[in-house]
Design a protein around this ligand. Sequence first.
Ligand code: KIV
Length: 264
Amino acid sequence: MKNTVSTFKKAKENKQKLTMLTAYDYSTAKLFDDAGVDSILVGDSLGNVILGYEDTLSVTMEDMIHHGVAVSRGAKNALVVVDMPFMSYQTSVYDAVYNAGRIMKEGRAGAVKLEGGAVVCPQIKAITECGIPVVGHLGLTPQSVNAFGGYKVQGRDDDAAERLIDDAHKVEEAGAFAVVLECVPARLAETITNELSIPTIGIGAGKGCDGQVLVYQDMLGMFSDYTPKFVKRFANVGETIKEAVRLYIKEVSDGLFPDDEHSY
Ligand code: KIV
């Protein structure tokens, strides 16, 4: 059955953990959907893991739509959430609604995600009023890496923690149906989770969140440029790929592939 915003609402009510993974193409989305993940995030992390940029700032609307529509074709049941890229919503409420609309129409998303607290609440409100479900994103918001001075845990001191709690409430009041908490101390994330009636999806935010999200290349050992502390490697697919490629090279070089079985 297709997961929707109602799936997220029910999961929170029934205290069932939600699972979300990133994906950026049709085949991977199909694998994750078959495996039963609740939601697939077409994250602007594609800037890092697919396009090889050092941050997410150069990711465009065209990138998000191109990958979003591919993932949407592969996800039968998972709710597909597509990130709004840097400067597609910060500039004005008009831009935010226009670009969220493009992501839904052209990218065939089920929801959009955007980063920020009180400052982007007018955008969240306007987008949701158009009937487009919104996921918020608080804590370490990678599009603000230059303002943060690096990728750092957020909400560590009392003032910052208060601001985060306040932002979380404002994002909920503005109409978001879920909120990602990234790189936030576990106790703070748990407090936010208990105070909100919408689900929190954690990444580096401890086990108290209502759900978890990871970048799939991280959890499958396919990306080694850097590995944050919160990443757990559930498999070493990167090594499996390298072994298979080495074997392919050897068999082609030795004249063993293609053999009769794989020839016409
Ligand atoms: O872009 C992304 O993959 C994300 C996750 C890290 C939550 O926003």
